[in-house]
Design a protein around this ligand. Sequence first.
Ligand SMILES: Nc1ncnc2c1ncn2[C@@H]1O[C@H](COP(=O)(O)OP(=O)(O)OP(=O)(O)O)[C@@H](O)[C@H]1O
Ligand SMILES: [Mg+2]
Length: 510
Amino acid sequence: MSLLKRLGGPPQPGANSIPSAPEPTPAATIPPPSEQRSSPQADKPSPPVAANDPPAAAKPSLSSRVDAPAADSSDMAASTSQDEMKRMLDLSLWVVDRIQASLGSQTVLKQTPETERLLQERFAAIYRQANANLPDDKVKYLFTMVCDELLGFGPIQQLLNDDSVSEVMVNGPNKVYIEQKGKLKLSAVSFANDEHVLKVIDRIIRPLGRRVDRKWPMVDARLPDGSRVNAIIPPCAIDGSTITIRKFSKNKLQISDLIKFGSLTSEMGEFLEACVVSRLNVVVSGGTGSGKTTLLNVLSNFIPSDERIVTIEDSAELQLAQDHVVRLEAKPAEVDGSGRVAIRDLVINSLRMRPERVVIGECRGGETLDMLQAMNTGHDGSLTTLHANTPRDAIARMETMAMMAGMDLPVRVIREQIAAAVDLIVQQTRLDDGQRKVSYITEVQGMEGDVVVLQDIFALDIKGKTAEGKIMANLKPTGVRPRFTPRLEAHGFKLPPSIFGAQVPGGKKW
Ligand SMILES: Nc1ncnc2c1ncn2[C@@H]1O[C@H](COP(=O)(O)OP(=O)(O)OP(=O)(O)O)[C@@H](O)[C@H]1O
Ligand SMILES: [Mg+2]
């Protein structure tokens, strides 16, 4: 039976048998030592092909059939069932094993036109041995899988190539989820086994000199394109090695995109631009993946280009258009546990760098106190993000995080620092239907007794759902002008009353 039929059918007896293809050369039968150690394919069955397939020679020339990776690779993954994908994966790993064996253990493959030509030749020869009778599009896809395995990040490479996928989440070998158009879904992609996932993790972190093992089973890293990666393996990841990749968007969303998507209105954009230029201290608050960093990037790009900006991030994601930017990134500890440079250290250091603006990617702990102190001691116009679900919650988070600095300050003192330092909280929300919106723009007005006084300037008004499940919501001014309006005016922003809800036509359009 041909492989094509088998791809569509139930598992066949003999699927694990030795292929009918000519025996591999001796070099091919002994995998190189490195492969013996880490190859997920080492204990894999032979390719699921049978002896009576039609002779491959009768088919059109293979090199012409694989001369380019399948153009619609991600569509193929999307349109192919998980069972079929698993069988294609088995076959691709079988081919990979043989290509690796034929190249020898010393060969380090680099993505060059010569390598691609070499792989094309080897693939054609080995595929012929497999005697598989796949249609052209599947042969091309198989070749893509083989190249991804040898040169890329294996089964998830096509998801990484697909611009419509914003996040890739590997939950053990058999469940790979993606985020597409704001929605999470299970993809058809899988790995052979946990070893295979580990091999891809290793490929991601090895060039960075990082390591992950049972002793310290988690690691943060970045792909060459800047995508943010976290990996955690057993024993801490109970159901198998887990990879989470937030893909780096080559074209970071601009204010005009956010307005087009309905994430905020042009009036809100105009107001936020005025706040940033007028050196207000702004905190973007939101849940995981709600769009905080994207909004921080948009806001940071409002900073006038003649100001010196220092950005501080755990993993550099911001893309500022200004020229005069110094980018700082935290550094994990070395293998012996020493040498960690935390966000907190960088915030303290940045204040000695004559910054006119400090942009902190995210406050997660004690650095919050340093940031508040910086904001209160002349470094106004600072911007940051934090995890919180409402503006009120953001105040509580800042209190808790400032306490993590271990300075033993009374809560009231911390609260006063927050009230004095932070001018504006911009709340970003990911709605249940996947839409991301600015749900509140809230002024921090000061203290009344023990309470930090907040005043919403814009708020999201949820109307209901359409038949298709899309949430209908209006972003509206509350009708209240912020108390800091004179500061905006001092910087030349005479915002029309319509921005704050008065019925006057006009307003800037992006
Ligand atoms: N307003 C928006 N509309 C549509 N997509 C958005 C919007 N804002 C952000 N995104 C997309 O949502 C994803 C998450 O965005 P982002 O990294 O900014 O979130 P985050 O809140 O910083 O996440 P984390 O909590 O993991 O740091 C990205 O793929 C980004 O392109
Ligand atoms: Mg973020």
